[in-house]
Ligand binder design. Structure first.
Ligand SMILES: Cc1cc2nc3c(=O)[nH]c(=O)nc-3n(C[C@H](O)[C@H](O)[C@H](O)COP(=O)(O)OP(=O)(O)OC[C@H]3O[C@@H](n4cnc5c(N)ncnc54)[C@H](O)[C@@H]3O)c2cc1C
Length: 500
């Protein structure tokens, strides 16, 4: 496309269109993109490519029917696409890995879907201190490509999750104890702004935008490249795996989890874990969680079990897969059986509470009683996830995402089910459960306003939890870089700073 053609996209007087009619606008924009970039624009709802592209999202709830799917493979193509939707005034959504379970966050009915799977570069710079990655990468591919070079980066804990959403939403990693969140390790963002301009945002250039993107999600621009601090790891070997417990061991496991937050995680910030209480009633005969699975991790390979994680092994788990291995191998193990479940309707909802044994025991008991109603007919799996976050993780770098500077637990509930007719009931069960745990945390003085964006459900007050000062600053930055408010008005999905 010539410069003159690109320039003409900014001139609405050249043609006369019914700009009030979104269907006409969408058809025109899609047709336009399809003519300029035929291989990158899937347009017909009859076509196999289109159908497979709208079904990339992890949750079937997010398989919405956009008017077309535009999959740019370069930053310049992304910029042209942005100018097109800017000109026609289309609603659009941005999808990197598509792991947000709710509809309309990374999918859209009608409108245009920017699907970033072809922005998938992974490249070390010559100084070997920066890994540049495209947002459309999945973390498994990033680890796989960087390992032979002898480097790792701070990213997701399971292979299929996308880079774009995880980093712009914060990014809790196995390495967060020593390196902070994924966003704390971004040296530079390459961004396409709402008017199609391409800018870089780093500590020296557009530093306010650099700050805002650390947890600011899709409020400011479309990120086309992340330049990340690379962690040298010559042999690529870490230690970790899954340890499984019987539900009858839950009280002891909860005590070990709380002790880890108060002692182990502080003494040994290279250690990390995630706890999952999993109910999979297709095989369950009990009123209890079927499996407690703790994924344990240590940055350094070891001869035995790291001291900070030894208390879990003292409880004599049913099974352990912990060993020295590559990060990718651990990530695959962490994803585990979830990798083989068929596509399902999914939800995530989150709550942050103080680290406390009594409160966690309460949450666990409530999980079992609240969720009994789901089974056997409504849902196939329910998971309560325990993510221990330390003061050290919170203290890395300035960001709008104001993580409390203390030991805390980020809880997630995830439910998987098949039928759309059950959506309303299941969403309510998840909400009621976490509202109940929230009320208990308030009663115990252990409540927190902060909610982790990447694990939140649509409608949760995530940006409000960043605090009024962060929100005010983000609004100023949004007005500066996106004066036409494209990312507030046209990108309808996500947590919008204009609505906070
Ligand atoms: C199985 C599973 C495991 C997970 N593990 C982790 C984990 O280890 N650590 C963690 O922190 N989180 C984790 N998450 C949560 C995860 O970070 C979020 O779901 C995140 O949104 C996924 O990124 P994505 O690229 O797949 O997101 P998408 O669903 O594609 O996008 C999420 C949001 O980000 C916006 N966005 C995406 N790309 C861009 C871009 N390039 N520019 C601007 N905005 C963009 C989208 O518009 C959307 O609103 C996990 C989720 C699942 C389902």
């Amino acid at each position: 496309m010539s410069d003159a053609q690109i320039k003409s996209l900014n001139d609405k007087s050249l043609i006369s269109i019914d700009f009030a009619n979104s269907s006409v606008k969408d058809q025109l924009a899609c047709r336009f993109l399809n003519i300029i970039f035929p291989d990158a624009t899937a347009i017909s709802s009859e076509a196999v490519t289109y159908t497979s592209k709208i079904s990339i999202n992890w949750s079937v709830r997010a398989w919405l029917k956009s008017s077309c799917v535009f999959s740019p493979s370069t930053t310049d193509m992304t910029s042209v696409g942005m100018k097109v939707v800017n000109f026609f005034g289309n609603k659009f959504a941005i999808r990197s890995g598509g792991h947000t379970p709710d509809p309309e966050m990374a999918s859209i009915d009608d409108g245009i879907l920017f699907s970033l799977e072809n922005l998938n570069m992974v490249q070390m710079d010559e100084s070997l201190s920066i890994a540049s990655i495209g947002p459309g990468n999945r973390w498994g591919d990033v680890y796989d490509k960087l390992a032979p070079e002898g480097y790792l980066v701070v990213g997701g804990r399971v292979p299929p999750v996308g880079a774009g959403g995880l980093i712009t939403g914060g990014g809790l990693s196995f390495f967060s104890g020593t390196h902070g969140f994924a966003c704390d390790n971004v040296l530079n963002y390459e961004v396409v702004l709402g008017n199609g301009t391409i800018v870089n945002a780093n500590a020296h250039t557009n530093s306010d935008l650099w700050w805002a993107l650390k947890g600011g999600s899709n409020n400011f621009g479309l990120v086309t490249r992340f330049d990340l601090k690379a962690i040298p790891k010559k042999d690529g070997i870490i230690w970790g795996g899954n340890i499984y417990f019987s539900p009858l061991q839950s009280e002891a496991v909860i005590k070990a989890l709380t002790d880890f937050q108060q002692v182990g995680q502080i003494a040994d910030p290279k250690a990390a874990l995630i706890g999952n209480w999993i109910r999979a009633p297709a095989t369950s005969l009990t009123e209890l969680t079927d499996i407690l699975r703790i994924t344990v991790f240590h940055q350094d390979p070891t001869d035995g079990i790291p001291e900070s994680l030894q208390p879990f092994f003292d409880l004599k788990p049913v099974l352990s897969t912990a060993m020295n291995r590559t990060l990718l191998s651990l990530a695959e193990d962490t994803y585990g059986p979830a990798g083989i479940v068929p596509p399902a309707r999914q939800l995530f909802r989150t709550l942050t509470v103080g680290a406390n044994e009594e409160l966690l025991n309460y949450a666990y008991a409530k999980f079992n009683t609240s969720y009994s109603i789901l089974f056997p007919s409504l849902a196939s799996v329910a998971v309560l996830t325990h993510q221990p976050v330390s003061e050290a993780m919170a203290s890395h770098g300035a960001r709008p995402m104001n993580v409390p500077g203390k030991a805390q637990t980020w809880l997630i509930v995830n439910i998987q089910w098949a039928l759309e007719i059950s959506d309303k009931k299941i969403l309510k069960i998840a909400k009621d459960f976490l509202d109940d745990v929230k009320a208990k945390s308030v009663e115990m003085g252990l409540d927190e306003d902060f909610l982790y964006l990447n694990d939140a459900a649509r409608g949760q007050e995530v940006l409000e939890g960043y605090g009024a000062a962060s929100v005010a600053e983000m609004k100023t930055i949004s007005a500066k870089y996106d004066p036409a408010q494209v990312f507030q008005e046209q990108v309808t999905g996500g947590f919008k700073v204009s609505k906070a």
